[in-house]
Design a protein around this ligand. Structure first.
Ligand code: DC
Length: 220
């Protein structure tokens, strides 16, 4: 619907740029709905891993995406009745998500599902292609970046805070590999929309980034 009046704020950016935190806080402040599109790729990846599907089984993985029994309840994410909020954040699932995200039929299968999140009074959508492919008519587009070192540092802290052991060198090489795959893929690569506001959060707190996004939204 090119003239859909329900406002969308698209927040795109690389892994661990802080966009998830910023998107959730902006949605809360505005009373908007939230779409964590990465979670849909992660849920599909988790199911594919559990069923032992190989990456070359594009059709099988797309089928999983098409019939994803996903539910978002408050801050929690369910597959059927199983709470998989923590399970989908595992590095192994993130890596698989980045791989299946390069499959065109998987992206196609998740397209309609994502559009369905656009409900009154508005939507904050977080991902890689929110402003370029899924919601090209978004009222505000933000491309959030941070240096790879800052992002690895944040991911390290998140893991340690959760009691999960982490290695900085592994995290750095993992992030670089995932950036490479997300930016170089043929379909819906991670690139800023031509009309996106760029926000480098390397030296910013999440709260400062939230204020900047709200200011852009209030004064286009
Ligand atoms: O944002 P995230 O780390 O949860 O996303 C997991 C993977 O899903 C990421 O490596 C790329 C992919 N992804 C995508 O291709 N398009 C989106 N809109 C969101 C995520």
């Amino acid at each position: 619907m090119p003239n859909n009046p329900i406002p969308v704020i698209a927040i795109d950016g690389p892994t661990a740029s802080g966009k998830g935190t910023v998107a959730a806080k902006v949605a809360e402040r505005l009373g908007f709905h939230l779409l964590d599109s990465g979670a849909l790729y992660r849920l599909t990846a988790l199911q594919a891993l559990r069923r032992g599907l190989e990456l070359r089984d594009e059709h099988g993985i797309a089928k999983l995406a098409e019939h994803l029994p996903a539910r978002f309840v408050g801050g929690d994410i369910f597959l059927n009745n199983e709470n998989v909020t923590a399970a989908i954040r595992a590095e192994e699932v993130g890596n698989m998500a980045s791989k299946i995200a390069a499959l065109p039929t998987v992206r196609q299968a998740l397209y309609g599902l994502q559009l369905g999140f656009r409900e009154t009074p508005g939507l904050v959508a977080d991902g890689r292609d929110m402003g370029t492919v899924i919601f090209p008519g978004a009222k505000l587009k933000v491309f959030l970046t941070a240096s790879v070192e800052a992002r690895a540092g944040r991911r390290y802290k998140q893991l340690i805070d959760k009691g999960i052991s982490a290695n900085m060198d592994d995290l750095l090489s993992d992030l670089k590999e995932r950036d490479e795959r997300d930016t170089k893929r043929a379909i819906a690569p991670l690139v800023p929309a031509a009309d996106a506001h760029l926000l480098d959060t390397s030296a910013m707190t999440a709260a400062e980034a939230v204020e900047q996004v709200l200011a852009w939204y209030a004064h286009p």
